[in-house]
Design a protein around this ligand. Structure first.
Ligand code: RB5
Length: 142
């Protein structure tokens, strides 16, 4: 499975931790940046990961900024993107089961590294339930 990663300077360190965690588990990683702690603008990375999902370059995306808010707002401007900001594993499980979220957003300044990795694992292992949830997802699109 291929995972696209993106982060601003606030999420850079956590992105590197997630990258190495997922590589060890055998995931293929598409790193869309940023590549240092130098100050950058989060929409650049929200857009890059959203496009990589829509163009089927990757199966899922993970986006990280300081809060996870700005970068998830950016990604969610794209039709077909469902980026879910999760701060615990239950949210990660339910957003996959019910919302078929295709991007996980994390706030590096809000969520500790160990919990963030647990959230990532839960998100990537959980399947969409379909059924009544499919109708609701279709209704999201304008
Ligand atoms: C950058 O300082 C910070 O604004 C950004 O990482 C994020 O939290 C925005 O939502």
């Amino acid at each position: 499975m291929k995972i696209a990663l993106g982060a601003d300077h606030g999420g850079f360190a956590l992105k590197e931790i997630i990258k190495s965690h997922l590589e060890k588990k055998g995931f293929e990683i598409l790193d869309k940046g940023t590549y240092s702690t130098e100050s950058v603008d989060y929409p650049t990375y929200g857009k890059a990961v959203a496009k990589s999902i829509l163009e089927k370059e990757a199966d899922f995306g993970i986006l990280i900024c300081g809060t996870g808010i700005g970068i998830s707002i950016s990604a969610n401007r794209f039709k077909g993107i469902r980026a879910a900001l999760c701060s615990n594993t239950t949210m990660a499980k339910l957003t996959r089961e019910h919302n078929d979220a295709n991007i996980l957003a994390l706030g590096a300044r809000m969520t500790g590294d160990i919990l963030a990795l647990e959230i990532v694992d839960e998100f990537l292992r959980t399947k969409f339930e379909g059924g009544r949830h499919s109708t609701r997802i279709e209704a999201i699109e304008l």
